[in-house]
Ligand binder design. Sequence first.
Ligand code: NAP
Ligand code: G4F
Length: 343
Amino acid sequence: MPTSEGHPVALITGITGQDGSYLTEFLLQKGYHVHGIVRRASSFNTGRIDHLYQDPHVSGTRMQLHYGDLTDATRLGELIERIQPDELYNLAAQSHVKVSFDMPLYTADVVAVGALRLLEAVRDAQQRIGRKIKFYQASSSEMFGMVQETPQTETTPFYPRSPYSCAKLYAHWQTINYREAYDLFACCGILFNHESPRRGETFVTRKITRTATRIKLGLVDKLYLGNIDARRDWGYAGDYVEAMWLMLQQERPDDFVIATNETHSVREFLDEVFGHLDLNWQDHVAIDPAYYRPAEVDLLIGDYAKAERLLGWKPKITFRDLARMMTDADMKLAEQELKLRPK
Ligand code: NAP
Ligand code: G4F
Protein backbone atom coordinates (compact mmCIF):
# COMPACT_ATOMS: atom_id res chain seq x y z
CA MET A 1 0.00 0.00 0.00
CA PRO A 2 2.70 2.60 -0.93
CA THR A 3 2.15 6.21 -2.13
CA SER A 4 -1.21 6.05 -3.88
CA GLU A 5 -1.68 7.41 -7.41
CA GLY A 6 0.48 10.44 -6.86
CA HIS A 7 -1.22 11.45 -3.61
CA PRO A 8 1.10 11.99 -0.63
CA VAL A 9 0.26 9.50 2.13
CA ALA A 10 -0.24 10.44 5.78
CA LEU A 11 -0.77 8.16 8.76
CA ILE A 12 -2.37 9.69 11.87
CA THR A 13 -2.50 8.16 15.33
CA GLY A 14 -5.30 9.71 17.41
CA ILE A 15 -7.35 10.44 14.29
CA THR A 16 -10.59 10.23 16.29
CA GLY A 17 -9.51 13.01 18.67
CA GLN A 18 -10.01 16.76 18.40
CA ASP A 19 -6.76 17.45 16.53
CA GLY A 20 -6.94 14.26 14.48
CA SER A 21 -10.27 15.35 13.02
CA TYR A 22 -9.06 18.84 12.03
CA LEU A 23 -5.78 17.49 10.65
CA THR A 24 -7.63 14.92 8.54
CA GLU A 25 -9.84 17.64 7.05
CA PHE A 26 -6.78 19.76 6.36
CA LEU A 27 -4.77 16.97 4.70
CA LEU A 28 -7.69 15.74 2.58
CA GLN A 29 -8.10 19.29 1.27
CA LYS A 30 -4.37 19.29 0.41
CA GLY A 31 -4.86 16.14 -1.69
CA TYR A 32 -3.41 13.60 0.77
CA HIS A 33 -4.44 9.99 1.15
CA VAL A 34 -5.08 9.79 4.91
CA HIS A 35 -4.81 6.63 7.01
CA GLY A 36 -5.85 6.69 10.64
CA ILE A 37 -5.35 4.35 13.58
CA VAL A 38 -8.48 3.79 15.67
CA ARG A 39 -8.80 2.00 19.01
CA ARG A 40 -11.26 -0.82 19.18
CA ALA A 41 -14.16 0.16 21.48
CA SER A 42 -17.51 -1.45 22.28
CA SER A 43 -19.34 1.57 20.87
CA PHE A 44 -18.46 3.89 17.97
CA ASN A 45 -15.65 6.35 18.76
CA THR A 46 -15.47 7.99 15.32
CA GLY A 47 -18.03 10.79 15.89
CA ARG A 48 -15.54 13.57 15.12
CA ILE A 49 -14.57 12.09 11.73
CA ASP A 50 -17.82 10.51 10.56
CA HIS A 51 -18.43 13.44 8.19
CA LEU A 52 -15.09 12.62 6.49
CA TYR A 53 -15.58 8.86 6.20
CA GLN A 54 -15.39 7.44 2.69
CA ASP A 55 -16.77 4.05 1.68
CA PRO A 56 -13.71 1.82 1.03
CA HIS A 57 -15.68 -0.01 -1.71
CA VAL A 58 -15.78 3.14 -3.82
CA SER A 59 -12.70 3.64 -6.00
CA GLY A 60 -10.61 6.73 -5.33
CA THR A 61 -11.21 6.61 -1.57
CA ARG A 62 -8.62 8.80 0.16
CA MET A 63 -9.35 8.03 3.80
CA GLN A 64 -8.92 4.66 5.50
CA LEU A 65 -9.15 3.58 9.13
CA HIS A 66 -7.25 0.72 10.75
CA TYR A 67 -7.60 -0.80 14.19
CA GLY A 68 -4.52 -0.35 16.36
CA ASP A 69 -3.28 0.85 19.70
CA LEU A 70 -0.14 2.65 20.86
CA THR A 71 0.42 -0.14 23.37
CA ASP A 72 0.72 -2.73 20.54
CA ALA A 73 4.16 -2.48 18.92
CA THR A 74 3.61 -5.39 16.56
CA ARG A 75 0.51 -3.85 15.05
CA LEU A 76 2.12 -0.40 14.74
CA GLY A 77 5.11 -1.90 12.92
CA GLU A 78 2.87 -3.90 10.59
CA LEU A 79 0.72 -0.86 9.70
CA ILE A 80 3.71 1.41 9.03
CA GLU A 81 5.37 -1.26 6.89
CA ARG A 82 2.16 -1.81 4.89
CA ILE A 83 1.03 1.82 4.49
CA GLN A 84 4.54 3.24 3.97
CA PRO A 85 3.40 6.79 4.81
CA ASP A 86 5.30 9.86 3.66
CA GLU A 87 4.29 11.58 6.91
CA LEU A 88 3.31 10.13 10.29
CA TYR A 89 1.56 12.34 12.86
CA ASN A 90 1.60 10.94 16.41
CA LEU A 91 -1.41 12.58 18.07
CA ALA A 92 -2.64 9.63 20.14
CA ALA A 93 -2.50 10.06 23.90
CA GLN A 94 -4.24 9.66 27.21
CA SER A 95 -4.36 13.45 27.05
CA HIS A 96 -6.14 14.41 30.29
CA VAL A 97 -3.75 15.83 32.90
CA LYS A 98 -5.99 15.18 35.93
CA VAL A 99 -6.69 11.59 34.79
CA SER A 100 -2.94 11.00 34.48
CA PHE A 101 -2.64 11.34 38.28
CA ASP A 102 -5.18 8.50 38.61
CA MET A 103 -3.63 6.35 35.85
CA PRO A 104 0.10 7.19 35.76
CA LEU A 105 1.32 3.81 34.49
CA TYR A 106 -1.20 3.59 31.67
CA THR A 107 -0.46 7.21 30.73
CA ALA A 108 3.27 6.48 30.58
CA ASP A 109 2.69 3.34 28.52
CA VAL A 110 0.62 5.15 25.88
CA VAL A 111 2.21 8.61 25.86
CA ALA A 112 5.89 7.87 26.55
CA VAL A 113 6.55 4.28 25.45
CA GLY A 114 3.86 4.56 22.74
CA ALA A 115 5.89 7.29 21.02
CA LEU A 116 9.04 5.17 21.36
CA ARG A 117 7.25 2.19 19.80
CA LEU A 118 6.39 4.38 16.80
CA LEU A 119 9.91 5.79 16.50
CA GLU A 120 11.37 2.27 16.50
CA ALA A 121 8.83 1.13 13.89
CA VAL A 122 9.67 4.13 11.69
CA ARG A 123 13.42 3.53 11.98
CA ASP A 124 12.93 -0.12 11.04
CA ALA A 125 10.51 0.58 8.14
CA GLN A 126 12.76 3.31 6.69
CA GLN A 127 15.66 0.88 6.42
CA ARG A 128 13.48 -1.57 4.53
CA ILE A 129 11.76 0.85 2.15
CA GLY A 130 14.86 2.99 1.60
CA ARG A 131 13.29 6.42 2.06
CA LYS A 132 12.33 8.77 4.86
CA ILE A 133 9.05 8.75 6.77
CA LYS A 134 8.63 12.22 8.28
CA PHE A 135 7.50 12.06 11.91
CA TYR A 136 5.52 14.61 13.94
CA GLN A 137 5.37 14.31 17.73
CA ALA A 138 2.57 16.08 19.65
CA SER A 139 4.59 17.65 22.47
CA SER A 140 2.85 19.85 25.02
CA SER A 141 3.23 23.16 26.83
CA GLU A 142 2.44 21.17 29.99
CA MET A 143 6.14 20.17 29.85
CA PHE A 144 7.01 23.73 30.98
CA GLY A 145 5.00 23.05 34.16
CA MET A 146 6.38 25.08 37.06
CA VAL A 147 7.14 28.28 35.24
CA GLN A 148 10.82 29.12 34.80
CA GLU A 149 10.35 32.13 32.51
CA THR A 150 7.59 33.94 30.57
CA PRO A 151 6.72 33.82 27.77
CA GLN A 152 7.89 30.25 27.17
CA THR A 153 9.99 29.57 24.07
CA GLU A 154 11.76 26.56 22.52
CA THR A 155 14.71 27.19 24.89
CA THR A 156 12.79 27.59 28.17
CA PRO A 157 13.76 24.85 30.65
CA PHE A 158 11.12 22.17 31.28
CA TYR A 159 9.70 21.37 34.73
CA PRO A 160 6.84 18.85 34.29
CA ARG A 161 4.18 18.73 37.03
CA SER A 162 2.09 15.63 36.22
CA PRO A 163 2.48 12.02 35.08
CA TYR A 164 1.12 13.22 31.71
CA SER A 165 3.75 15.91 31.24
CA CYS A 166 6.57 13.64 32.46
CA ALA A 167 5.47 11.12 29.82
CA LYS A 168 5.26 13.83 27.14
CA LEU A 169 8.76 15.01 28.05
CA TYR A 170 10.12 11.47 27.61
CA ALA A 171 8.48 11.25 24.17
CA HIS A 172 9.79 14.73 23.30
CA TRP A 173 13.41 13.87 24.10
CA GLN A 174 13.18 10.46 22.44
CA THR A 175 11.97 12.17 19.25
CA ILE A 176 14.93 14.56 19.35
CA ASN A 177 17.27 11.69 20.17
CA TYR A 178 16.07 9.63 17.18
CA ARG A 179 16.57 12.68 14.96
CA GLU A 180 20.14 13.14 16.17
CA ALA A 181 21.12 9.46 16.52
CA TYR A 182 19.46 7.98 13.41
CA ASP A 183 18.92 11.04 11.20
CA LEU A 184 15.12 10.69 11.34
CA PHE A 185 13.12 13.60 9.93
CA ALA A 186 11.36 14.08 13.26
CA CYS A 187 9.77 17.29 14.60
CA CYS A 188 8.17 18.18 17.93
CA GLY A 189 5.36 20.71 18.01
CA ILE A 190 5.21 22.17 21.53
CA LEU A 191 1.57 23.15 21.33
CA PHE A 192 -0.12 25.30 23.94
CA ASN A 193 -3.77 24.62 24.83
CA HIS A 194 -6.00 24.61 21.78
CA GLU A 195 -9.72 24.23 21.82
CA SER A 196 -12.73 24.05 19.51
CA PRO A 197 -16.34 22.87 19.43
CA ARG A 198 -14.82 19.36 19.09
CA ARG A 199 -12.82 19.63 22.34
CA GLY A 200 -13.39 16.74 24.77
CA GLU A 201 -16.13 17.65 27.24
CA THR A 202 -14.00 17.16 30.36
CA PHE A 203 -11.42 19.83 29.46
CA VAL A 204 -12.18 23.10 31.20
CA THR A 205 -13.18 25.29 28.21
CA ARG A 206 -15.62 22.78 26.76
CA LYS A 207 -16.94 21.85 30.20
CA ILE A 208 -17.74 25.55 30.66
CA THR A 209 -19.37 26.13 27.25
CA ARG A 210 -21.34 22.88 27.46
CA THR A 211 -22.65 23.51 30.96
CA ALA A 212 -23.23 27.27 30.61
CA THR A 213 -25.46 26.73 27.56
CA ARG A 214 -27.39 24.00 29.41
CA ILE A 215 -27.79 26.38 32.38
CA LYS A 216 -29.11 29.05 30.02
CA LEU A 217 -31.86 26.68 28.83
CA GLY A 218 -32.69 25.47 32.35
CA LEU A 219 -31.34 21.95 31.76
CA VAL A 220 -28.96 22.09 34.78
CA ASP A 221 -28.37 24.51 37.67
CA LYS A 222 -24.71 24.49 38.54
CA LEU A 223 -21.24 24.24 37.05
CA TYR A 224 -18.65 22.64 39.35
CA LEU A 225 -15.03 23.59 38.72
CA GLY A 226 -11.59 23.33 40.37
CA ASN A 227 -8.83 25.96 40.21
CA ILE A 228 -10.31 28.92 38.32
CA ASP A 229 -7.20 31.08 38.87
CA ALA A 230 -5.09 28.92 36.53
CA ARG A 231 -3.94 30.80 33.42
CA ARG A 232 -3.55 29.27 29.97
CA ASP A 233 -2.60 30.35 26.46
CA TRP A 234 -5.71 29.20 24.55
CA GLY A 235 -5.79 29.01 20.75
CA TYR A 236 -8.01 27.40 18.11
CA ALA A 237 -7.31 23.76 17.12
CA GLY A 238 -8.14 24.46 13.47
CA ASP A 239 -5.27 26.97 13.32
CA TYR A 240 -2.83 24.67 15.10
CA VAL A 241 -3.06 21.62 12.80
CA GLU A 242 -1.72 23.73 9.93
CA ALA A 243 1.43 24.35 11.98
CA MET A 244 1.91 20.57 12.39
CA TRP A 245 1.85 20.13 8.63
CA LEU A 246 4.13 23.12 7.99
CA MET A 247 6.80 21.63 10.28
CA LEU A 248 6.99 18.53 8.07
CA GLN A 249 7.31 20.61 4.87
CA GLN A 250 10.60 22.30 5.88
CA GLU A 251 14.08 21.45 4.58
CA ARG A 252 15.29 20.47 8.04
CA PRO A 253 13.43 18.91 10.99
CA ASP A 254 13.10 21.18 14.02
CA ASP A 255 10.95 21.88 17.10
CA PHE A 256 8.48 24.76 17.43
CA VAL A 257 6.31 26.45 20.05
CA ILE A 258 2.77 26.99 18.74
CA ALA A 259 0.77 29.47 20.83
CA THR A 260 -0.99 32.85 20.80
CA ASN A 261 1.34 34.83 23.13
CA GLU A 262 -1.69 35.74 25.30
CA THR A 263 -2.64 34.31 28.67
CA HIS A 264 -6.09 34.25 30.29
CA SER A 265 -7.44 32.79 33.51
CA VAL A 266 -10.28 30.28 33.72
CA ARG A 267 -12.21 33.18 35.34
CA GLU A 268 -11.74 35.24 32.16
CA PHE A 269 -13.04 32.35 30.05
CA LEU A 270 -16.09 32.20 32.34
CA ASP A 271 -16.58 35.98 31.85
CA GLU A 272 -16.56 35.59 28.06
CA VAL A 273 -18.91 32.60 27.91
CA PHE A 274 -21.48 33.61 30.53
CA GLY A 275 -21.32 37.24 29.33
CA HIS A 276 -22.09 36.07 25.77
CA LEU A 277 -25.17 34.30 27.21
CA ASP A 278 -26.22 37.37 29.29
CA LEU A 279 -25.59 35.44 32.50
CA ASN A 280 -23.43 36.15 35.54
CA TRP A 281 -21.17 33.15 36.20
CA GLN A 282 -20.88 33.99 39.93
CA ASP A 283 -24.57 32.96 40.23
CA HIS A 284 -23.93 29.49 38.77
CA VAL A 285 -20.37 28.31 39.45
CA ALA A 286 -19.40 26.33 42.55
CA ILE A 287 -15.90 25.17 43.45
CA ASP A 288 -15.46 21.43 43.99
CA PRO A 289 -11.99 20.56 45.36
CA ALA A 290 -12.33 17.14 43.68
CA TYR A 291 -11.23 18.95 40.50
CA TYR A 292 -8.02 20.29 42.07
CA ARG A 293 -4.84 18.56 40.92
CA PRO A 294 -2.12 17.21 43.24
CA ALA A 295 0.30 19.58 41.47
CA GLU A 296 -0.87 22.46 39.27
CA VAL A 297 0.54 24.42 36.33
CA ASP A 298 -0.35 28.01 37.25
CA LEU A 299 0.61 29.99 34.17
CA LEU A 300 1.28 29.23 30.52
CA ILE A 301 2.01 31.75 27.77
CA GLY A 302 3.90 30.85 24.60
CA ASP A 303 6.04 32.90 22.25
CA TYR A 304 5.45 31.68 18.67
CA ALA A 305 8.10 33.99 17.10
CA LYS A 306 10.20 31.08 15.76
CA ALA A 307 7.16 29.51 14.06
CA GLU A 308 6.22 32.88 12.53
CA ARG A 309 9.77 33.47 11.28
CA LEU A 310 10.51 29.99 9.87
CA LEU A 311 7.07 28.54 9.09
CA GLY A 312 5.18 31.76 8.30
CA TRP A 313 2.57 30.64 10.87
CA LYS A 314 0.54 32.75 13.25
CA PRO A 315 -2.79 32.24 15.05
CA LYS A 316 -5.93 33.61 13.42
CA ILE A 317 -8.75 33.12 15.95
CA THR A 318 -8.77 35.36 19.05
CA PHE A 319 -9.60 34.31 22.62
CA ARG A 320 -12.99 36.06 22.49
CA ASP A 321 -13.91 34.55 19.09
CA LEU A 322 -12.90 31.10 20.31
CA ALA A 323 -15.10 31.37 23.42
CA ARG A 324 -18.03 32.58 21.31
CA MET A 325 -17.55 29.92 18.60
CA MET A 326 -17.61 27.17 21.26
CA THR A 327 -20.57 28.70 23.10
CA ASP A 328 -22.64 29.07 19.92
CA ALA A 329 -21.92 25.46 18.88
CA ASP A 330 -22.86 24.14 22.32
CA MET A 331 -26.03 26.24 22.37
CA LYS A 332 -27.18 24.26 19.31
CA LEU A 333 -26.54 20.99 21.20
CA ALA A 334 -28.40 22.28 24.27
CA GLU A 335 -31.37 23.32 22.09
CA GLN A 336 -31.51 19.82 20.57
CA GLU A 337 -31.37 18.30 24.05
CA LEU A 338 -34.23 20.53 25.19
CA LYS A 339 -36.37 19.52 22.19
CA LEU A 340 -35.79 15.79 22.83
CA ARG A 341 -36.42 15.98 26.59
CA PRO A 342 -39.65 14.28 27.65
CA LYS A 343 -42.23 16.92 28.69
P1 NAP B 1 -7.80 14.01 22.33
O1 NAP B 1 -9.00 14.71 21.76
O2 NAP B 1 -7.85 13.51 23.72
O3 NAP B 1 -7.49 12.77 21.35
C1 NAP B 1 -6.60 11.77 21.72
C2 NAP B 1 -6.61 10.68 20.65
O4 NAP B 1 -5.73 9.62 21.06
C3 NAP B 1 -8.00 10.02 20.43
O5 NAP B 1 -8.13 9.71 19.08
C4 NAP B 1 -7.89 8.75 21.25
O6 NAP B 1 -8.76 7.72 20.84
C5 NAP B 1 -6.44 8.37 20.95
N1 NAP B 1 -5.88 7.40 21.88
C6 NAP B 1 -5.89 7.44 23.23
N2 NAP B 1 -5.26 6.38 23.72
C7 NAP B 1 -4.85 5.63 22.67
C8 NAP B 1 -4.15 4.40 22.54
N3 NAP B 1 -3.77 3.69 23.61
N4 NAP B 1 -3.87 3.96 21.30
C9 NAP B 1 -4.30 4.64 20.21
N5 NAP B 1 -4.97 5.80 20.27
C10 NAP B 1 -5.23 6.29 21.49
O7 NAP B 1 -6.51 14.92 22.21
P2 NAP B 1 -6.25 16.22 21.28
O8 NAP B 1 -6.70 17.41 22.03
O9 NAP B 1 -6.74 15.95 19.92
O10 NAP B 1 -4.66 16.27 21.29
C11 NAP B 1 -3.90 15.58 20.30
C12 NAP B 1 -2.49 15.34 20.83
O11 NAP B 1 -1.87 16.58 21.13
C13 NAP B 1 -2.42 14.53 22.12
O12 NAP B 1 -1.23 13.77 22.07
C14 NAP B 1 -2.32 15.57 23.21
O13 NAP B 1 -1.68 15.03 24.35
C15 NAP B 1 -1.47 16.61 22.51
N6 NAP B 1 -1.66 18.00 22.92
C16 NAP B 1 -2.91 18.53 22.97
C17 NAP B 1 -3.06 19.87 23.31
C18 NAP B 1 -4.42 20.50 23.36
O14 NAP B 1 -4.55 21.59 23.96
N7 NAP B 1 -5.45 19.93 22.74
C19 NAP B 1 -1.93 20.65 23.58
C20 NAP B 1 -0.67 20.07 23.49
C21 NAP B 1 -0.53 18.75 23.15
P3 NAP B 1 -10.30 7.67 21.36
O15 NAP B 1 -11.06 8.65 20.48
O16 NAP B 1 -10.68 6.27 21.14
O17 NAP B 1 -10.30 8.11 22.80
O1 G4F C 1 -8.62 22.13 30.28
P1 G4F C 1 -7.62 21.48 31.14
O2 G4F C 1 -7.95 20.12 31.67
O3 G4F C 1 -6.27 21.48 30.31
P2 G4F C 1 -4.73 21.28 30.73
O4 G4F C 1 -4.59 20.59 32.03
O5 G4F C 1 -4.07 22.61 30.60
O6 G4F C 1 -4.21 20.27 29.61
C1 G4F C 1 -4.57 20.45 28.24
O7 G4F C 1 -3.62 21.28 27.61
C2 G4F C 1 -2.30 20.72 27.55
C3 G4F C 1 -1.42 21.78 26.87
O8 G4F C 1 -0.89 22.66 27.82
C4 G4F C 1 -2.35 19.43 26.78
F1 G4F C 1 -1.10 18.92 26.66
C5 G4F C 1 -3.26 18.45 27.49
O9 G4F C 1 -3.36 17.26 26.72
C6 G4F C 1 -4.65 19.07 27.59
O10 G4F C 1 -5.18 19.20 26.30
O11 G4F C 1 -7.30 22.40 32.41
C7 G4F C 1 -6.90 23.75 32.24
C8 G4F C 1 -6.86 24.43 33.61
C9 G4F C 1 -6.07 23.63 34.67
O12 G4F C 1 -5.27 24.51 35.41
C10 G4F C 1 -7.14 23.04 35.58
O13 G4F C 1 -6.73 22.86 36.93
O14 G4F C 1 -8.21 24.51 34.12
C11 G4F C 1 -8.21 24.13 35.48
N1 G4F C 1 -9.55 23.65 35.83
C12 G4F C 1 -10.36 24.24 36.76
N2 G4F C 1 -11.49 23.54 36.89
C13 G4F C 1 -10.17 22.56 35.37
C14 G4F C 1 -11.39 22.48 36.03
N3 G4F C 1 -9.80 21.65 34.42
C15 G4F C 1 -10.68 20.65 34.13
N4 G4F C 1 -10.36 19.76 33.18
N5 G4F C 1 -11.89 20.53 34.78
C16 G4F C 1 -12.29 21.42 35.75
O15 G4F C 1 -13.36 21.29 36.31
